[in-house]
Design a protein around this ligand. Structure first.
Ligand code: AHN
Ligand code: ZN
Length: 323
């Protein structure tokens, strides 16, 4: 009996000892976060824009897909190019490819990071109607999010995060029907994401949460807490915004609720139930809620600022390496 007593005492004391430092460690754990290089992110944005508009069914689009998959492979990701023929609102068959890069494939805890890589076929928000049939260059609308994720991938390769990370560049996000055109429905957007949600690269794919980057490179961009993100994933919004505040990026990550946007994260939330947020440049002063450059001929490299890329990339590296 006495022996058992001593044994129980030792077990309970050692349990207590194990617990106490673990809590302290969790609070003070010095997280080593690699530095986000905004020159490098900028170069990845420019490389995409240098192909020209990346509109599905064009040679520029095909060339850029090869570039993106090669880049992810060079940065040590296991890459899947998920090809699909997707039907646009007007019946056009789009030769689409979602480009997926995986880090730590066996990790149970996973984080999903995504952006669309295609650009819009029409500058239908341009002030000059003569530009409405021209394709968008999409420096910010498309290339910026992908550029930030490529620089993050380069850092993941240099030092593996503890969690599994899946980076997805979705295709055919921006082929949505223009206003006033038949087929103008929410589901005419985000076709690549809708396809992937129905057939993920891993059957039964799950992640703790997802983060979408959309238009994350404009000078002085403001990211408000987007409504649909707040509905499905309020704790992820708070996590990301609070990390950004702590790092001194409160001018970009504004601590206020913004509008709701139909974007790739909506489908990941609704169809796969992965709590997902959208970091998107929101501007309540414009009629449509986005930046003035949105779906115009002005979405070129002048619309990209390294400081904005830095704020977003640094925040997200801190989020991922703290998991
Ligand atoms: C709609 O206009 C319905 N969604 C905007 C999503 C988007 C377009 N993001 C970039 N381009
Ligand atoms: Zn767009």
């Amino acid at each position: 009996m006495k022996k058992l007593f001593i044994l129980l005492f030792i077990v309970s004391v050692s349990g207590a000892c194990r617990k106490a430092p673990a809590t302290v460690q969790a609070e003070t754990k010095p997280v080593q976060v690699p530095a986000f290089n905004s020159d490098s992110a900028y170069a990845y944005v420019k490389a995409q824009v240098d192909f020209g508009p990346r509109v599905p069914n064009t040679a520029e689009h095909k060339k850029c897909a090869v570039y993106l998959a090669d880049k992810l492979r060079a940065f040590g990701a296991a890459v899947t190019e998920q090809r699909a023929t997707l039907k646009a609102f007007d019946g056009t068959k789009l030769d689409a490819v979602n480009i997926i890069g995986v880090y730590n494939p066996d990790a149970q805890r996973r984080v999903l990071l995504f952006a669309h890589w295609d650009s819009r076929p029409w500058c239908d928000q341009d002030a000059d109607p003569a530009n409405h049939k021209k394709p968008v260059l999409g420096a910010n609308d498309g290339a910026s999010g992908v550029g930030v994720l490529l620089e993050m991938a380069r850092q993941f390769n240099a030092r593996k995060p503890d969690v599994g990370v899946d980076i997805i560049f979705f295709d055919a996000e921006d082929y949505g029907a223009p206003e006033g055109v038949p087929g103008n429905t929410e589901d005419s957007w985000c076709l690549g994401t809708q396809y992937w949600c129905a057939s993920p690269h891993v059957p039964g794919y799950q992640a703790r949460y997802g983060i979408l980057l959309d238009m994350v490179g404009a000078p002085g961009a403001t990211f408000y807490k987007e409504q649909i993100s707040m509905y499905y994933a309020p704790n992820i919004v708070e996590k990301v915004w609070s990390v950004a505040q702590k790092l001194g990026f409160g001018n970009y990550f504004v601590n206020e609720q913004g509008g709701g946007v139909t974007d790739d994260h909506v489908y990941v939330n609704k169809l796969l139930q992965i709590p997902s947020i959208d970091i998107i440049h929101y501007n309540s002063n414009s009629g449509h809620g986005f930046g003035d450059y949105w779906h115009t001929v002005n979405d070129n490299m002048d619309n990209i600022d390294k400081n904005t890329l830095y704020a977003v990339g640094t925040t997200l590296l801190n989020v991922v390496y703290s998991e």
